[in-house]
Design a protein around this ligand. Sequence first.
Ligand code: E4P
Length: 217
Amino acid sequence: MKFFVDTAEIEAIRELAATGLLDGVTTNPSLIAKSGRDFKEVTAEICAIVDGPVSAEVVALDHATMMKEAEILRKIADNVCIKVPLTVDGLKTCKALSSEGTMVNVTLCFSANQALLAAKAGASFISPFVGRHDDNGFDGMDLIEDIRLIYDNYNFATEILVASVRHTMHVLQAAKIGADVMTAPPKVILDLFKHVLTDKGIEGFMADWAKTGQSIL
Ligand code: E4P
């Protein structure tokens, strides 16, 4: 499963990229607002740090203006992936862009039927929001299972990008289902490294090593 980080904070992206485990980045208008940075400028910086897809979201609601915005955004770097909402205009834009070979991430997906539409529109990625689904009394992971089944039934190339990830269990469940990608805030990705027995084990080994009085270097 590929790991994307869901943030527009440059330092957090640098820190995760240095682990060698980061496959891409997702942003959205709320994350850009939170960063306080100029959208195009920060997107260019992110694209220079990470080789993989960097999702940059259009903010227009009509197809013609979405296309104009996408034209500007995709010129920022070769790894920009245009993010469009799951609406009629969003999918028209997805179809047009993907036909030209531009990567498209269809966002704000909350049903398997919506995911089916996005795949038919040639999306590179579909982003079902599991956390927001859970918040509203549904099981976000049931949605991922349904989309996996449908995409496998028809061999769709669209990658399932599990979004709105809130905790490490979401990551584990997404991997067990066979999602292609997950995007999570930096904290959730860093939490994946943690285990109390790893810390305790290191503590014990260090204490015993000190008793030997030896040095490797
Ligand atoms: C995905 O691309 C979105 O940016 C993101 O995962 C939304 O997550 P949230 O529900 O925590 O805002």
